[in-house]
Design a binder for this molecule. Structure first.
Ligand code: GDP
Ligand code: MG
Length: 162
């Protein structure tokens, strides 16, 4: 079975940037895999020669403010399709109420997400990402989606390294 990875998180944390790094082709997936819907953005990626599918969420509405219901519903639907869930947070912004809302929602659903701290390419992210350590995710993945850093190691942890 081709593993499906959902990318969730509040707006502007870098979900789509990460999705773009994870995937190269975005065609024909919906047709190929029954059960996928056109409402979400799917892409195909490869890791150590094995195919996987990534789902980007958000961007449908409220992309600049808060966690609105439509986005939350999209994320929830993506999570149901997914084998692995990447919860992306912004290492420069630190922990926000939007992050806490999503973390709480995931926990209520019994979803074991991987916490991905993005934007760790600046100067002030160390202080900010310290806040994420207390959340109980282990390991905590630090990446820079924009600079393509830490993503291969993230996939090793999520999908296995062989
Ligand atoms: P989304 O709303 O979660 O899909 O976030 P986007 O992927 O659209 O990114 C939001 C903003 O963050 C954009 O301006 C990106 O260029 C920026 N961004 C994304 N990843 C990184 C990163 O690793 N480092 C930095 N410094 N900026 C990033
Ligand atoms: Mg986006």
């Amino acid at each position: 079975m081709t593993p499906v990875i959902a990318v969730v998180g509040r707006p502007n944390v870098g979900k789509s940037t990460l999705f773009n790094q994870l995937t190269r082709s975005r065609d024909a997936l919906v047709a190929d895999f029954s059960g996928l819907t056109r409402d979400r953005q799917y892409g195909e990626g490869r890791h150590h020669g094995h195919r996987f599918i990534a789902i980007d969420t958000g961007g449908l509405a409220g992309d600049d403010e808060g966690v609105d219901q439509l986005m939350a519903d999209q994320a929830e639907a993506a999570i149901e399709e997914a084998d692995e869930v990447l919860l992306v947070v912004d290492g420069r912004a630190g922990l926000t109420p939007g992050d806490e809302y999503i973390i709480d929602r995931l926990r209520r659903q019994g979803v074991a997400a991987h916490l991905v701290v993005n934007k760790t390419d600046g100067q002030d992210e160390d202080q900010a990402s310290a806040e994420f350590h207390g959340l109980g995710f282990d390991p905590l993945h630090r990446i820079s989606a924009a600079h393509n850093r830490g993503i291969r190691r993230l996939l090793d942890d999520v999908l296995g390294d062989a």
